[in-house]
Design a protein around this ligand. Structure first.
Ligand SMILES: *Cc1c(COP(=O)(O)O)cnc(C)c1O
Length: 397
């Protein structure tokens, strides 16, 4: 078999295009799809050796698969990670990263603004296993150290957060965590490794929903946990036995998607900045929030740790919940859907959808106001995206 093509001296985006699983005898140019649940052996001895971990032969696709490995290797190159374990969804990556390290009596410190299902895992399921948690305000990093307890095992953050677009200085957070020997786990879904590399800033683990910008076309679910080998081995051990394996087909789609990640994120970021800039000051809006807008409260952090603002823009409509619903009804181009990170622009209203299960107060605690609209800026012409939003703002007055 041909050696995998990779040179560590290549830039990460080159590696993400060139790393491949083994070619078959046909020498195909694009990486093959190994759509199989298990792998065969020539004889009893080679099967025995595979099960004894004496060779790196593949066994079963719940454990590993060459197509899934290709996606994993590409993500490792992009994030600068030693090792990774790919999962069926972002939530199985987040959950696997919790369960591999937290046990009864342990304490998790998490940013208060987290993805809706992550909030459910932290508040409804972790307590079933006696795992405690405290939420902290991402915008108040100076509060973190006082919240660390002797039993705190992990700090989990989203930066930028979903959907509030709050940021935290990762380098400063890592410094605090290191003093207390606490694992820092960063959900890097919103930035992607094209715009932010938490491991280079000292984070121990990076989790992803590959469903979003990594796929980038709203086709497949996927996730991944990345980090130092000894940490990822713990995640692998948990996931290998509990079963949230990434489908080889989805891994194949996601690997192809990584080949365009950098060009897509540059375009998403450029269009999102243009949109945010054009909307700022619009009479229908209370405010516009985007990490690369100078008016963002943590603009300096965004400039320092991200190479682009990402594809999400948020704004608060004057007129609250009812105006929000009217606004969605008037959109002609943007899709109304739960996903984000798509080539097609998307508008969502968290208060009535993704965060509807939270109480009004809980929503306010994580910055979700009644008229908050989240725009996932797609790859359409930036002028068409702006025009559709402006006409829907006018028509929903
Ligand atoms: C969507 C999302 C997740 C969950 O990912 P799935 O692939 O839907 O399971 C986790 N974190 C963030 C920030 C997300 O946006």
């Amino acid at each position: 078999m041909k050696k995998r093509r990779n040179k560590p001296t290549w830039h990460p985006e080159t590696q993400a295009i060139r790393i491949q699983s083994e070619r078959t005898a046909h020498m195909e140019h694009s990486g093959p799809l190994y759509l199989t649940s298990s792998f065969c052996y020539e004889d009893a001895e080679s099967m025995r050796a595979a099960f004894a971990d004496e060779t790196d032969a593949y066994i079963y696709s719940r454990f590993s698969n060459p197509t899934v490995q290709e996606f994993t290797d590409r993500m490792c190159a992009l994030e600068g990670a030693e090792s990774g374990f790919a999962t069926a969804s972002g939530m199985s990556a987040v959950f696997g990263s919790f369960m591999a390290f937290l046990k009864t009596g342990d304490h998790l410190l998490s940013s208060a603004s987290v993805f809706g299902s992550t909030h459910t895992v932290i508040t409804k399921f972790l307590p079933k296993w006696g795992i405690e948690h405290t939420y902290f305000d991402l915008t108040q990093p100076e509060s973190v150290e006082a919240l660390i307890r002797p039993n705190t095992k992990m700090i989990f953050v989203e930066t930028p957060s979903n959907p509030g677009l709050d940021l935290i200085d990762l380098e400063a957070l890592v410094k605090i965590a290191k003093r207390h020997n606490v694992i820092v786990n960063v959900d890097n879904c919103f930035a992607t490794p094209a715009l932010q590399k938490p491991i280079a800033l000292g984070a121990d683990l990076v989790t992803h929903s590959a469903t979003k910008w990594i796929d980038g076309q709203g086709r497949v679910l996927g996730g991944i946990v990345l980090g130092r080998r000894e940490l990822v081995d713990e995640v692998r051990a948990f996931c290998r036995s509990t079963g949230p394996a990434l489908s080889p087909f989805n891994a194949w789609v996601l690997s192809r998607a990584l080949e365009t990640l950098h060009v897509r994120m540059a375009r998403h970021s450029g269009s999102a900045l243009a949109l945010a800039t054009a909307l700022e000051g619009n009479a229908s809006l209370e405010w516009v929030k985007y990490p690369y807008l100078p008016s963002h409260p943590q603009y300096a952090i965004a400039q320092q740790q991200m190479t682009g603002g990402g594809g999400i823009v948020c704004f608060e409509l004057k007129g609250g919940l009812e105006r929000g619903r009217r606004f969605l009804d008037k959109l002609e181009l943007l899709s109304l859907t739960a996903n984000l990170g798509d080539s097609r622009s998307i508008a969502s209203h968290p208060a009535s959808t993704t965060h509807a299960k939270l109480s009004e107060q809980e929503r306010l605690n994580v910055g979700i106001t009644p008229g908050l609209i989240r725009i996932s800026v797609g790859l359409e012409h930036a002028g068409d995206i702006l025009q559709d939003i402006e006409q829907a703002l006018d028509a929903s007055k």
